[in-house]
Ligand binder design. Structure first.
Ligand code: AMP
Length: 191
């Protein structure tokens, strides 16, 4: 299996690049943000609980997202690989993911981290907020909080995968095609 963590702050381009990567490499896309938004839309108990935190740009509890990922892994027994987008976001989530994959006799192949300046992230998110309808993309202070959550709780996961020699930082500025080319340049030699 080929299991990729596409990593980076909000607005780094993970969703956009994932859409292309699933087609090129025949992978299943698991975005915890997308799954949570569909739970919110369905007004499930989980969605109602998560909505308040998401609206503020705070992370939802680890056990909630870990449970969601566990279910999705079980739902896709024939997948040749996964792209994890927006997960893991804490060290506890990274450890839980390693354990879940170990149970399936597989592991993370690599983490590719898209690096984008904070100024560019804010510009991209506010622009996306004009068309996406996502309220967490429309308010500067909520965007700042999401970046802060990333910096304090999520960025340290890089060390977890560096220690396993799986961490690949990449320039996340430029055109969608340029960035896709850089990502492919890291994946192609190992897939
Ligand atoms: P995203 O679409 O990845 O930007 O996620 C939108 C929001 O969903 C985040 O601001 C969090 O509130 C929540 N969320 C998504 N993924 C996670 C995760 N792995 N852990 C905790 N909260 C998450």
């Amino acid at each position: 299996m080929f299991n990729l963590i596409l990593f980076g702050p909000p607005g780094a381009g993970k969703g956009t690049q994932s859409e292309r990567l699933i087609t090129k490499y025949n992978l299943v896309h698991l975005s915890t943000g997308d799954i949570l938004r569909s739970e919110v839309a369905a007004q499930s108990a989980l969605g109602i609980r998560a909505k308040e935190l998401m609206d503020q740009g705070d992370l939802v509890p680890d056990e909630v997202v870990i449970g969601m990922i566990k279910t999705k892994l079980q739902d896709n027994p024939t997948a040749t690989g996964f792209i994890f987008d927006g997960f893991p976001r804490t060290t506890a989530q990274a450890e839980a993911l390693d354990a879940l994959l170990r149970d399936l006799e597989t592991s993370i192949t690599m983490m590719i981290a898209l690096e984008v300046s904070e100024e560019e992230l804010i510009t991209r998110l506010l622009k996306r907020g004009e068309s996406s309808g996502r309220t967490d993309d429309q308010d500067r202070s909520i965007i700042q909080n999401r970046i802060e959550e990333y910096t304090t709780k999520t960025a340290p996961i890089k060390d977890h995968y560096s220690a396993q020699d799986k961490f690949h930082p990449l320039e996340g500025m430029g055109t969608i095609d340029e960035i896709f080319g850089r990502i492919s340049g890291v994946i192609d030699p190992v897939i």
